[in-house]
Design a protein around this ligand. Structure first.
Ligand SMILES: [Ca+2]
Ligand SMILES: [Ca+2]
Ligand SMILES: [Ca+2]
Length: 300
């Protein structure tokens, strides 16, 4: 059995940080609550009313020091773990290292948590999902335009995405997906933004068989440029924002979304137009099915 040497540091504020590059921090829902996540994301002209998180506590947290990803501070949701495992803990057997903290030491970072998928993502992507992390926020925006800044990243970037292991991710506003590849109605995923498709939106962080060659100080094998979800809502009325991410086909190789601190904002719609980013491109997904869960070994 391989032996892993892990350096454990106690950061200011008592947060346990292991295997992180200097200046990088993350605290999971083991230490803070879902309201703290919503407060971190909520920016100008947004009033948070209700917050709910579904998933394992290690699948969501607040991070700092990740300038390398384009989003230095904010909230991460992942199909693995945002925190490294505690080597002393008998509980932390389903994951090893953080899906976000740098550097990129492995091309196969996995939290295989045995968690349920998301029926909504199953339907959107047409395949069964596992280890879903879902943050739902009811907010009151001051104006009719809603924006949310994010970066999507994944361990599936290093060969598996091309073999149909496209993990599932969506940001929805009042049930309408808005996490589109810029200028299209395609949902952002490893299949729609990668080395060959919309490569202008893609940042690769590895060389084959040599993760240490990645220039960006994060565990993510690849990630998108900063993207913005834009939706048109009713000013002064409650809007429901759902951010969901999950593994597809099996529970392995983490996919992660980083949401910018103060990145959820509301603005006046300009010139009476719809701003081009409104959610008029698709049909509401109103049907909720039953999630399935389980996992299958993958040779990695
Ligand atoms: Ca990695
Ligand atoms: Ca997983
Ligand atoms: Ca995966």
């Amino acid at each position: 059995m391989a032996t892993t040497v892990v350096t454990v540091l106690i950061a200011a504020g008592g947060a346990t940080v292991a295997h992180a590059s200097p200046g990088q921090t993350v605290v999971s829902l083991r230490q803070i609550d879902a309201e703290a996540l919503a407060d971190n994301i909520a920016g100008r002209n947004i009033d948070v009313r209700e917050v709910e998180f579904t998933g394992n506590d290690v699948q969501a947290g607040r991070f700092g020091g990740l300038e390398a990803t384009g989003i230095a501070r904010g909230v991460a949701l992942t199909s693995g773990s945002v925190i490294p495992s505690d080597p002393q803990s008998p509980e932390d057997v389903d994951f090893t290292r953080s899906s976000i903290l740098g550097p990129n030491v492995s091309l196969t970072t996995t939290g295989d948590l045995g968690g349920e998928g998301s029926a909504e993502l199953d339907e959107l992507f047409g395949s069964t999902t596992y280890d879903a992390a879902v943050l739902t926020m009811k907010v009151v925006p001051r104006h009719a335009k809603l924006k949310l800044r994010y970066v999507f990243g994944s361990e599936e970037y290093a060969g598996w995405a091309e073999r149909d292991y496209t993990d599932s991710f969506a940001i929805m506003v009042n049930g309408e997906p808005c996490s589109h590849v810029p200028g299209t109605t395609d949902l952002v995923s490893t299949s729609t933004i990668n080395e060959t498709t919309h490569s202008e939106e893609y940042v690769q962080n590895f060389a084959p068989n040599d993760p240490g060659a990645g220039e960006h100080d994060t565990e993510l094998n690849g990630f998108t440029q900063e993207l913005t979800c834009e939706a048109t809502v009713r000013a002064g009325r409650v809007a429901t924002i759902t951010i969901a991410i999950a593994d597809t086909r099996d529970g392995q190789l983490d996919s992660t979304v980083l949401l910018a601190r103060d990145g959820l904002t509301s603005e006046r719609a300009k010139g009476g137009g719809h701003g081009g980013g409104g959610g008029h491109g698709g049909k509401p997904t109103g049907h909720w099915g039953h999630g399935h869960w389980g996992w299958h070994p993958r040779a990695v």
